[in-house]
Design a protein around this ligand. Structure first.
Ligand code: KG4
Ligand code: ZN
Length: 345
């Protein structure tokens, strides 16, 4: 097997085929040298799940099974590489939904076995941290990454590939989860983040003074009280303009996210602050994050929306660094729905 070949070295021309199926995006990408994205194909299942108001794990698993082969084929075609040029195959092996994860991990292991190349299981959270490096491989370290997705809200100090320290995290709902729950309550459909983002443009962000939980208190976050506060306000004021609720809710979330990221960046002496995760697609968050960077004289890196939301290019980037530091993983590696980010301190 090439992966066991002692002459195999990870270098700038090492090409990784990466697969991402942890939730409702079926994605494949070809990445060279950890930073050069040769192709990045994402197929969203949002339409399949929208009618149910959230991701249905069994439907997601079945859709991944149907979509994965054509998506992998397209990633290879768009990258213009022959399978014989692939040096390693990677897949997200956690955290995420167990059925969807198993589809990607099984496919990646089968390809690695058939092509006789190394397999690498990638931590989805670690992969999100690489969106900034894909944007700018010369990003000066340390950086503070605000990772905000449907399942996670974390502030992480990244000192280099594989070197992370958890500075803070949510003690209840994730930021994206709060967007999704409030949107569902307001009847805006799924996924909630983009719907609130759109509607908020027509509303007044100062109309309702929603609570900014733990704003001046440490680096952790809490969003469940805000969600309850939105519900109480709408129940008490049924004629309130939904756009004002959306704009005021969004402003409350963004205020806390930006304030804590700035403080964390000061705290660790970060060279830059970087956004990652699906909520990083939010227009107000991007605007305020960039403005904060300018005021503080610190670089604020906003990876493209395609890189912030779930994709396989970030899996390919993280895989390259993992392969270089730890080597291949065994082909009996499983999937881990509750996998945590390994922190160095
Ligand atoms: O990272 P991601 O694509 O999947 C997870 O790993 O969770 O994040 C999805 C989350 C959802 O909660 C979605 O509502 C939120 O990101 N999201 C947004 C926006 N676009 C996606 N939240 C606020 N504003 C947006 N524009
Ligand atoms: Zn994600």
């Amino acid at each position: 097997m090439r992966g066991l070949n002692p002459d195999f070295r990870v270098n700038e021309s090492t090409v990784v085929l990466a697969i991402e199926t942890s939730c409702d995006e079926t994605a494949a990408a070809v990445v060279m040298g950890g930073t050069e994205v040769l192709s990045n194909v994402v197929s969203s299942q949002i339409d399949l799940h929208a009618a149910f108001g959230g991701v249905v794990p069994e439907i997601a698993s079945r859709a991944h099974v149907e979509l994965l082969n054509p998506i992998v084929a397209r990633a290879l075609t768009e990258a213009n590489v022959d399978p014989s040029r692939i040096d390693a195959v990677a897949a997200t092996y956690g955290p995420g939904l167990i059925g969807p994860l198993l589809v990607g991990v099984s496919a990646a292991k089968a390809l690695a076995f058939a092509w006789e190349v190394p397999f690498i299981g990638v931590n989805h959270l670690e992969a999100h941290l690489y969106a900034g490096l894909l944007d700018d491989p010369s990003l000066p370290m340390p950086v503070v990454v605000l990772l905000v997705s449907g399942g996670h809200t974390m502030l992480i100090e990244m000192r280099g590939p594989g070197e992370y320290r958890l500075i803070g995290q949510t003690i209840d709902d994730a930021a994206g989860e709060a967007f999704d729950k409030v949107a569902r309550f307001l009847g805006l459909g799924y996924p909630g983040g983009p719907a609130i983002d759109r509607l908020a443009r027509e509303g007044d962000p100062t109309a309702i003074d929603f609570p900014r939980a733990m704003l001046h208190d440490g680096f952790d976050f809490s969003f469940s009280g805000l969600k309850t506060s939105v519900m109480n306000h709408v129940r008490k004021n049924p004629s309130v303009a939904t756009a004002d609720v959306a704009a005021s809710f969004q402003a409350a979330v963004v205020d806390v996210l930006v304030a804590k990221t700035r403080r964390a960046a000061d705290h660790v002496g970060a060279q830059a602050m970087v956004l990652g995760g699906g909520v990083a697609a939010n227009s107000l968050l991007r605007e305020r994050f960039a403005a904060a960077g300018e005021v503080d004289g610190r670089r604020a890196l906003l990876p493209s929306r395609e890189m912030c939301t779930d994709n396989a290019a970030m899996i390919g980037a993280a895989a390259w660094y993992r392969l270089r530091s730890d080597g291949a993983m065994p082909l009996d590696t499983g999937a881990f729905p509750n996998l945590r980010l390994t922190v160095t301190s």
